[in-house]
Design a binder for this molecule. Structure first.
Ligand code: G1P
Ligand code: ZN
Length: 543
């Protein structure tokens, strides 16, 4: 057996500051492209000789082939063991779980999250550290630096190893352990939630529909919901991961999970509905004829956490990304616990979770999680909801409406203006930034502005500072307008406008978000000149 050293040229691939590489499939199909990135990751790490690497992905096109390549490269670079999900599969939260449980050095996760897959879709790879979460900035910067200097990569010249059967094999002196992708994760879930209580709920006739969107949560949902928890067969739909996700867009929101939405609004629809994204870290939850915003979901889970075994002792604190609604802040206030406001992106929660300062965290973009792993976790959120519903024996609608009566309702919507000209978008935000002083202390559209700024965050654990994280206009009545540019869009720029209105009066809480936010949407447009500058008449996506 031989180790091959293959020359490559440095490649302009990864965006600095991102934890991985996400590109269209044909880009990844260029010779040595994946290999050059993987070698750059290994070159940026130290002291992993003999250690364990966790490996798996969401099953999209190129997943299995990439796993074979990475296993051979790990062997040639001196890892002692690769733990890989059978078939090369691991959801993002399950990978985080396995990294932590096995005390691995780190992990490589193959996914492009909610982006479409298949030969014309996207592929991606990212490195997670031993704590189980996305690599922090100093690691991603080191990886990026290596991609700019790489000259060669190392790979074992051996035949493919079988990844479709459980067990252990040796490859060029390294152990390759193929594990059940679901088992460790399912065990962890059983330590957090009262599975007997949820089983009894299903036995009582409670009906649920889970849409795995032909992506990675299919096997997890089949095993946990229909297997361990005894939900009727058929509860999980689109449950077989396909390389192209069945041609769909595996992003759980009202637009892309519309089949689920229709089922939940049907006259004889189920009691509870949920969906997850390509790699299983996002979630959407719904009740019968009732949509729960991710921001409300975080607040409801925080308010009900002590009903659930894993959080019975209470929460150390909660954290939300800045644009996420302030609903959870009101819960934290009543519970007397800290609420942290972080910039957009899951990596900002890691330090708070590691330091034991926050237990639950979430983002408005369908991400919810806790300190059980270091990624957001779609199925975890769904099980949390099921356990709360089982404990309270009430419908989703009742739970949320009662929450609003107690804490007030933060009516919320996000308007996305997609693929607009980058220069126009940059200019729009820059102009708002220079006009912040015109807003604070003044009245806009009849509403008094209490505070306006460009959000900046100082990490309370390591003191690092992140600036220019979004324009915030906070009104005296608790309403808010936030503007920021997407960091993940691929074509042009995406302007996200987040609208929030606080409604304390129970008699007025049953409004549609569209109606309740029309006034704020008009103000947001007028302040920033969105329509005038872009020539558009309406946002592309409202969530
Ligand atoms: C989006 C979401 C953000 C999330 C990120 C990765 O980023 O808004 O909350 O953390 O995807 O899933 P954005 O495109 O807004 O930069
Ligand atoms: Zn995802």
């Amino acid at each position: 057996m031989a180790t091959l050293t293959i020359p490559v040229t440095p490649f302009p691939g990864q965006k600095p500051g991102t934890s991985g590489l996400r590109k269209q499939v044909p880009v990844f199909q260029q010779p040595h492209y994946l290999e050059a990135f993987v070698q750059s990751v290994f070159d940026s790490l130290a002291d992993f000789q003999g250690q364990t690497l966790v490996l798996g992905g969401d099953g999209r096109f190129l997943n299995l082939q990439a796993c074979q390549t990475i296993v051979k490269m790990a062997a040639a670079n001196g890892f002692g063991r690769v733990v890989v999900g059978r078939g090369g599969l691991l959801s993002t939260p399950a990978a985080s779980c396995v990294i932590r449980k096995r005390k691995a050095f780190g992990g490589l996760i193959l996914s492009a999250s909610h982006n479409p897959g298949g030969p014309d879709g996207d592929f991606g790879i990212k490195y997670n550290i031993g704590a189980g979460g996305p690599a922090p900035e100093k690691v991603t910067e080191a990886i990026y630096a290596h991609t700019q200097q790489i000259r060669q990569y190392r790979i074992s010249d051996v035949a493919d190893v079988r990844l479709d059967v459980l067990g252990e094999a040796t490859l060029d002196g390294m152990a390759v352990e193929v594990i059940d992708p679901v088992a460790d994760y399912a065990l962890l879930m059983q330590t957090l939630f009262d599975f007997d209580r949820i089983r009894a709920l299903f036995r009582s006739g409670f009906r649920m529909q889970f849409d795995a969107m032909h992506a990675i949560t299919g096997p997890y949902a089949h095993a946990i919901l229909e297997g361990i928890l005894g939900a009727p067969a058929g509860t999980v739909r689109n449950g077989t991961p396909l390389p192209d996700f069945g041609g769909g867009h595996p992003d759980p929101n009202m637009v892309h999970a519309h089949e689920l939405v229709e089922a939940l609004y049907a006259a004889d629809g189920p009691d509870f509905g949920a969906a997850s994204d390509g790699d299983g870290d996002r979630n959407m939850v719904m009740g019968k004829g009732f949509y729960v915003t991710p921001s409300d979901s975080l607040a409801v889970l925080a308010a009900n956490a002590t009903l659930v075994p894993g959080y019975r002792k209470g929460l150390a604190g909660v954290a939300r990304s800045m644009p996420t609604s302030q609903a959870v802040d009101r819960v934290a206030e009543q519970l007397g616990i800290a609420c942290y406001e972080t910039p957009t992106g899951w990596k900002f929660f890691g330090n708070l979770l590691d330091a034991g300062m926050a237990t639950l965290c979430g983002e408005e973009s369908f991400g919810t999680g806790s300190d059980h792993v270091r990624e957001k976790d779609g199925l975890w959120a769904v099980l949390f909801w099921l356990d709360v519903l089982a404990a309270r024996n009430e419908s989703v609608r009742t739970v949320v409406e009662q929450h609003w009566r107690q804490y007030g309702r933060n009516v919320y919507a996000r308007h996305d203006w997609e693929a607009i000209d980058s220069a126009v978008a940059e200019r729009l935000v820059a102009d708002l930034r220079t006009r912040l002083h015109e807003f604070a202390g003044h009245r806009i559209g009849g509403h008094e502005v209490a505070h306006a700024d460009d959000f900046a965050y100082t990490d309370p654990v390591d003191g690092s500072v992140s600036t220019q994280q979004g324009i915030r206009i906070l009104f005296a009545d608790g309403s808010r307008i936030v503007y920021r540019l997407s960091g993940t869009g691929t074509a042009g720029a995406t302007l996200r406008v987040y609208l929030e209105r606080f409604e304390p009066n129970p008699a007025r809480q049953a409004v549609s978000a569209d109606d309740a936010l029309r006034d704020l949407a008009a103000i947001a447009d007028e302040l920033a000149g969105i329509r005038a500058r872009t020539g558009r008449t309406a946002p592309d996506v409202v969530t």
